[in-house]
Structure formats: structure tokens, C-alpha cells
Design a protein around this ligand. Structure first.
Ligand code: ADP
Length: 170
């Protein structure tokens, strides 16, 4: 099986080892994918998140998944897009890399990412996809775990961007 997979789905439905949450620094829930994950996981997820004291942009923290079908949730905070000149690219790469690092440390086989920062944080989708793809491809080349990474896109625009990228890079 290919180590990079593309799904167009609701990430809360995936039976993977870990899903990644595009959270905000408070880790206390929000809109978009964060809201969907908290709704599907149930209130115990928020209880655990309250004990984590937030998360810096580009960092990641892991919790249980409660009522979700996956085993863990890795919460990461992508950068808000302010035009690209204050380190947004590197912070986005860090959000992916630090999430992968947690999956590696726990020897997780499969991890699924949403399109971090491309919703209300307004990161340009094309640019975010290239960063996500390159960061993951490099990490997989250097590491045995995770075995498989899923790009779980939600909207059609991101689906077409990733489909094209994967065809080009394979
Ligand atoms: P951010 O604040 O990092 O921009 P958002 O949640 O606003 O986070 O958006 C990140 C991405 O998650 C967007 O591409 C959005 O379409 C997508 N998304 C929203 N809900 C879901 C879901 N249930 N499953 C997967 N992706 C989702």
C-alpha cells in the first residue's frame, strides 16, 4: 500500500490510529474541524484538553479519542496567515512535523491530517498543500513510523489540489 493516501471525508469518521486536530492555542475547542472533533469525541475530550495548558503555534499534543473511532487525537496549532512574511510557512511545516514526531514516538501505523490552517486561518490552499506534502514525504523517507499518512480533505478545492500534487510527485 502507498504510504501517502488521499481521502475526501469527514475526519471524525476515520478508523485510523490517530487523527490530527487543527486546533487553536487554547486547545479548548473552536469551529471547523476542531468543533467537529470535539462534538464527535464527547465532553471528556475537552476535560482532558483543559489539563494541557494550551499549545504553541507549530507544536502538537496528544490525547485519547473517547467516542471517536480512532485511537488518539493529536492536537496541533497551525499559523494564522498574515501574508507569508512572518514565518507562516515554517510554522505550518512544524505543525505537520511535530504531529508526525508524536506518531513516531508512539509507533502509530496510520495518522490522518486535515488541511491545517486552510479554513478560518486563511493560509492559501495551494501553498499549504505543497508544504504539507513535502514535509510528510521527507518525514516518511527518514522514518519507519508512521507507516501510512492520510490526507483527509473536506472541500472539493483541496481535493483537486492534492490529487494533482500526488500525481505529480509519484
Ligand atoms: P484552521 O483554523 O486551521 O484554518 P479550520 O477547521 O477552519 O482550521 O479548517 C481546516 C480545514 O479543515 C479546512 O480545509 C476545512 O475544510 C476542513 N474541515 C472542516 N471540517 C472538517 C471535517 N469534519 N473533517 C475534515 N476536514 C474538515
Amino acid at each position: 500500500m502507498k504510504r501517502i493516501q488521499l481521502y475526501q471525508d469527514d475526519i471524525t469518521q476515520l478508523h485510523v490510529d490517530a487523527i490530527v486536530n487543527a486546533a487553536n492555542k487554547s486547545l479548548l475547542g473552536g469551529g471547523g474541524v476542531d468543533g467537529a472533533i470535539h462534538r464527535a469525541a464527547g465532553p471528556r475530550l475537552l476535560e482532558e484538553c483543559r489539563k494541557l495548558n494550551g499549545c504553541e503555534t507549530g507544536e502538537a499534543k496528544i490525547t485519547q479519542a473517547y467516542k471517536l473511532p480512532c485511537r488518539f487525537v493529536i492536537h496541533t496549532v497551525g499559523p494564522v496567515w498574515y501574508g507569508g512574511k512572518i514565518g507562516e510557512d515554517e510554522l505550518l511545516a512544524s505543525a505537520y512535523r511535530n504531529s508526525l514526531q508524536i506518531a513516531k514516538a508512539k509507533k502509530l501505523d496510520t495518522i490522518a491530517f486535515p488541511n491545517i490552517s486552510t479554513g478560518v486561518y486563511n493560509f492559501p490552499k495551494d501553498r499549504a498543500a505543497k508544504i504539507a506534502f513535502d514535509t510528510i514525504q521527507q518525514f516518511l523517507a527518514e522514518n519507519e513510523f508512521p507507516e501510512t499518512v492520510v490526507f483527509c480533505v473536506f472541500d472539493d478545492e483541496n481535493f483537486h489540489i492534492y490529487e494533482k500534487l500526488i500525481l505529480e510527485k509519484e
